[in-house]
Design a protein around this ligand. Structure first.
Ligand code: A3P
Length: 284
């Protein structure tokens, strides 16, 4: 049965999130060798993770084909994920949807590498609706209209998209912070993978790069049960209601949001994003 959120410092979370985020923030020690992928949900997190994992193995797909994605890069905000991170050997790779104000503070004084992926929030609304309606450990929307309203209010898992992006973008310009977008991956996957591998300090041979590219296409990930979320337990996800690898396209919002919704969205977007420099977001 659908549950309500867990609220921590005014941010709503699914019930699988640790209630102890404040101690995590103070006590978790990020190491200089760590690689951390951060995003607002539905931004293409698992796509960039797959890329990072395949760069890590220099294009060898055996790891991504034999270990589920959430064990390759555990979620720091979940107690089970944190347990796995504590057992990882260096260099550790882990993931988070936490807003910056709740993330472990040690990151900001370490040399850990942080990759932040962002996506057009209009596509995130649509993707989010189709995903969260099937997730049993949080409140479920009855319709896209309802979810759309919740999203604009920030009353969705991990809170306001505007706050999330605005918070993490404060790290822009730091040498251990890489900002990348879902749209960029779509536009030029090869160049994007090269950018990520350069950031991670891994020089790939042309053959290794080709193998990464081959294994991170929408179809390859959809066919890989270790990456397509089909192994998420039924207690967490109702697989009859959604497929994680849904459409994987840019601009699906144009097919799903009404003109009135688009106008309402644009109004809020303009107000909330006014302080950001022009040209920063590929969807603008
Ligand atoms: P859609 O619901 O629009 O299809 P996250 O990993 O942050 O939860 O993001 C999930 C979104 O990324 C989904 O979007 C999913 O289809 C898309 N995605 C995942 N892997 C992808 C890939 N290899 N190519 C394109 N889109 C991908």
């Amino acid at each position: 049965m659908a549950r309500d959120y867990v609220w921590i410092e005014g941010v709503p979370f699914p019930t699988t999130t640790s209630r102890d985020l404040r101690s995590l923030r103070d006590e978790f020690v990020a190491r200089d060798e760590d690689v951390i992928v951060v995003s607002y949900p539905k931004s293409g997190t698992n796509w960039i993770l797959e890329i990072v994992h395949l760069i890590h193995t220099r294009g060898d797909p055996s790891w991504v084909q034999s270990v589920v994605s959430w064990k390759r890069s555990p979620w720091i905000e979940s107690p089970a994920g944190l347990e796995l991170i504590r057992k990882q050997k260096d260099p550790r790779v882990y993931t988070s949807h936490l807003p910056i104000q709740l993330f472990p503070k040690s990151l900001f004084t370490s040399k850990a590498k942080c990759v932040y992926i962002m996506r057009n929030p209009r596509d995130i609304v649509v993707s989010g609706y189709h995903f969260w309606k099937a997730i049993k450990v949080t409140k479920n929307p009855d319709s896209l209209e309802e979810y759309f309203e919740w999203f604009l209010q920030g009353n969705v898992p991990f809170g306001s998209w505007f706050d999330h992006v605005g918070g993490w973008l404060q790290l822009r310009g730091k040498e251990n912070f890489l900002l990348i977008s879902y749209e960029e991956l779509h536009q030029d996957l090869r160049a994007s993978v090269e950018k990520v591998s350069q950031f991670l300090g891994t020089e790939l041979s042309p053959g290794e790069l080709d193998s990464v590219l081959k294994n991170v296409t929408f179809q390859a990930m959809k066919d890989n049960k270790m990456s397509n979320f089909s192994l998420v337990p039924d207690t967490i996800m109702d697989h009859s209601k959604a497929h994680f690898m849904r459409k994987g396209i840019v601009g699906d919002w144009k097919n799903q949001l009404t003109v009135a919704q688009t106008e309402a969205f644009d109004k809020v977007y303009r107000e909330k994003m006014a302080g950001h420099p022009p040209g920063l977001f590929p969807w603008e």
